[in-house]
Design a protein around this ligand. Structure first.
Ligand SMILES: Cc1ncc(COP(=O)(O)O)c(C=O)c1O
Length: 447
């Protein structure tokens, strides 16, 4: 009998202890999950908030402060963040186009099944055997719609960006048994990558020969002509015009939202790229229109030796994007959709208007004025609206790039383009947020 209360209290103790343990285990589980969830949320937020421009990681403590204060008072934090944020307008990264393509929703979406794009080859009847016929078709159609290039009687060579095509063209135009490498020149200020790309691999076939305006050798040369020019924005032509010169026309910006289309380009080698026309720099697709069959063969050979062709998936995506651009132009009058060129012309027009107002407010820089011209695409006079602003510092400022970096604006100084650091190039193709920050900082800038 005396054992009964004892038994009862042991049982009682065991039941209570079990209940407490279960509750403890449950709390640990839920607390952990909560903690992990919180951590995951934090990680999610921080990825979103990591500084994508400069690609620097934001310290976790800082990230925490950012994400919590965002909930507390987003406006003041946004201002504080904006004040400290470095904006990278050094590269011409075309993030501006994100907005238009989001508006287009699924219009450019394609599905590529696993069995597709298996073979190296696209069209063995074509000199450029890795050119996707669908892409070639849309290139021709777009040039016909826009009127910016003659395609008839031209060979199309596709490249991994027009960057690869620049090298392919240099390889194709240079003599492979000459005693000396041929000089490659371009009129300063020239696209900053030309000298770097030309001499990158120390080719025995060609070498950088500098500013075309000061080229005084008698020998043969290749002149790179960029029109409209990067960085200045003017339409240009060759400056040397000698009989022993070969030309490569880089028309990356010869599209109606940047410049009036005066006539279809009609050169020996003309380069275009989706990076600057539609904004799809990440596809890495460019194309060359080539008059001479042997040159087209040699360019194709270069790409064969370099990368054994060009991504078929990227060509298919580019074909779809070009198709939607052409469709959007044709549908404009039927109210079906928004014309790509009209929309982006208006964006560029607005940006240049804001830019000129800001420049006027501070008086520290001079920027060229561009004459309007008749655009055969829009069938009216339009403005020249370059993708970059090329600014010259006034008031004895020697280093324009440093001045901008003091205001947390990354830009590219004149020395990269073969001129003085009193000049600087700033990209106008970044997001609205970064463009507006640039304008705010420019307006407030004082010596
Ligand atoms: C004049 C010019 N050519 C070529 C390129 C290279 O373009 P892609 O992205 O097609 O290699 C650029 C890019 O900025 C450019 O400005």
């Amino acid at each position: 009998m005396s054992k009964l209360p004892n038994m009862f209290s042991i049982k009682h103790f065991l039941v209570v202890s079990l209940a407490l343990n279960i509750s403890l285990i449950l709390r640990i589980v839920y607390d952990n999950e909560d903690g992990l969830g919180g951590y995951m949320r934090l990680r999610k937020t921080t990825t979103y908030e990591s500084d994508t421009e400069s690609r620097t990681e934001v310290p976790i403590t800082h990230r925490l402060r950012l994400s919590t204060s965002n909930f507390a008072n987003s406006t003041s934090t946004d201002h504080a963040e904006d004040r400290d944020r470095v904006i990278n307008l050094d590269h011409g990264d075309p993030k501006m186009y994100d907005k238009f393509w989001r508006k287009m929703g699924d219009k450019t979406t394609i599905t590529i099944p696993g069995w597709q794009s298996i073979s190296y080859f696209s069209d063995t009847t074509n000199i450029c055997w890795f050119l996707e016929p669908e892409f070639a078709k849309e290139v021709v159609r777009l040039h016909n719609v826009v009127g910016n290039a003659v395609t008839e009687g031209r060979y199309i060579v596709v490249g991994t960006g027009s960057s690869q095509l620049i090298l392919a063209a240099l390889y194709a135009l240079s003599s492979h048994n000459a005693a000396e490498p041929i000089d490659v020149v371009s009129a300063a200020p020239y696209y900053s990558s030309y000298p770097l790309m030309t001499d990158f691999q120390k080719s025995g076939h060609y070498k950088w020969g500098g500013d075309a305006r000061s080229f005084d050798k008698d020998g043969p040369y290749i002149e790179l002509v960029t029109s409209p020019n990067n960085p200045e924005g003017h339409k240009t032509g060759p400056v040397l015009n000698r009989s022993n010169g070969l030309l490569i026309h880089d028309l990356a910006y010869y599209w109606p939202h940047y410049t009036p289309i005066s006539s279809p380009s009609d050169h020996d080698i003309t380069l275009f790229t989706v990076s600057k026309s539609t904004g799809h720099a990440g596809l890495r697709i460019g194309w060359a229109l080539v008059k001479d069959q042997d040159v087209a063969k040699r360019m194709t050979k270069f790409i064969e030796l370099n990368t054994i062709g060009v991504s078929k998936d990227s060509q298919l995506r580019a074909a779809k994007v070009l198709k939607v651009v052409s469709n959007s132009t044709e549908e404009e009058n039927t109210q079906e959709g928004e014309s790509f060129f009209k929309y982006n012309y208006e964006v560029m027009e607005q940006r240049w208007k804001q830019l000129r107002a800001a420049l006027e407010a501070n008086g520290l820089f001079t920027v060229a004025n561009f004459p309007n011209g008749f655009c055969t695409f829009f069938n009216k006079k339009t403005e020249n609206l370059p993708a970059f602003v090329w600014m010259k510092c006034e008031k004895d400022i020697e280093d324009c790039q440093s001045l901008l970096s003091q205001h947390k604006i990354m830009s590219r100084g004149g020395k990269h383009f073969g001129v003085s650091q009193r000049y600087v190039r700033v990209s106008l193709l970044d997001t609205d947020e970064n463009f507006n920050l640039f304008i705010d900082r420019l307006s407030a800038m004082q010596l």
